[in-house]
Design a protein around this ligand. Structure first.
Ligand code: GLN
Length: 310
């Protein structure tokens, strides 16, 4: 196999994009993969058309293109995905963080911010009140880590929401030991120190003792309908993180029904769901005693996150 130049790769890329078994590969995947393989910044692709890949680089690049054509996402080839301006390791045991899930993080931070403003508690009381947040089905840990980063690490240049710093404890659970390994790793690399990880099937290993209750429960559970044709294209990620019975609502229903037992009075439940599940999820919240129930849309204008207070 003769290693190609960047110019030749550019010329062939459309062909590779289209030669996928599923839908076409996003073209930026090829570019990002090439940059990853040759360890260069993106400007290099504009200024160095004549650069010829080494044999080893070209072999790695081609093998990756073949995998993408077979439906393996870029993030599993590079082993990482950015979320909330932080870096996350991902592998086949975890869902790849989606940009739309940042809306869930943002909504939770906005709610906490509003609560802290409206309670108008003194700074002294603030410091001694320990708040607790639970992330159900944490996967790579991206939600729990982003929230812990904002709630406990002090203000950084990246801070996207201005939340009063409080004494927050974050608990993150997942049923998968392999996913928890990834989440723990991501906690360390992002310098987060205050997340407690528990292997648990949703609430199964959590206590309902009043001092262990939560102010916030957040979750991005599996919600794709088992019959959804979109699922056929998601062949690489764990099915247990993607799809649920009962038109995709089975896990959401369990989480909503049980949440009142684990929330403090006035606590928030925030759940990501499918674009066509807004009405059903709001009804579940209402049936289980939540108020101020509302749905927020994603970047594409689809219903994506429902929130309610108990
Ligand atoms: N939003 C993702 C998708 O449709 C799925 C995430 C999930 O099931 N929680 O690809």
């Amino acid at each position: 196999m003769t290693a190609l130049t960047i110019r030749q790769i550019k010329q062939q890329s459309q062909q590779w994009v289209n030669a996928s078994i599923n839908s076409a590969i996003p073209p930026f995947w090829l570019t990002d993969w090439l940059l990853y393989v040759i360890h260069k910044p993106s400007i290099f692709l504009m200024t160095n058309d004549d650069y010829q890949l080494t044999e080893a680089e070209y072999q790695q690049f081609s093998a990756g293109v073949t995998k993408m054509q077979q439906g393996i996402p870029l993030a599993y080839l590079t082993g990482k995905q950015e979320f909330w301006s932080l870096d996350f390791k991902v592998n086949e045991h975890t869902l790849i963080p989606r940009p739309d899930t940042e809306i869930l993080v943002e909504q939770v931070l906005n709610w906490i911010n509003e609560q802290e403003k409206s309670r108008s508690i003194t700074k002294q009381e603030d410091a001694v009140t320990s708040k607790r947040l639970l992330d159900l089905g944490t996967g790579s840990g991206c939600i729990a880590i982003s929230l812990a980063h904002e709630l406990t690490q002090g203000s950084t240049g990246n801070t996207k929401a201005n939340v009063a710093k409080n004494s927050w404890q974050v608990v993150a659970v997942d049923v998968s030991v392999k996913a928890l390994e990834v989440a723990r790793h991501n906690t360390t690399v992002n310098n987060i120190t205050n997340i407690e990880f528990i292997q648990s099937s949703w609430y199964s290993e959590l206590s309902t003792d009043c001092e262990r209750l939560f102010d916030v429960i957040v979750s991005n559970p599996p919600y794709i309908d088992e019959a959804d044709e979109h699922l056929a294209r998601l062949i690489a990620e764990p099915i247990s993180a993607l799809s649920a019975p009962n038109q995709g609502l089975a896990d959401i229903e369990h989480i909503v029904q049980q949440a009142p037992r684990y929330l403090r009075v006035g606590g928030l439940l925030a759940i990501e769901h499918g674009f066509d599940q807004g009405a059903a999820v709001r009804q579940l919240f209402l049936d289980n005693g939540f108020n101020a129930v509302h749905t927020v849309q994603d970047f594409g204008g689809n219903d994506r996150v429902t929130l309610g207070q108990i």
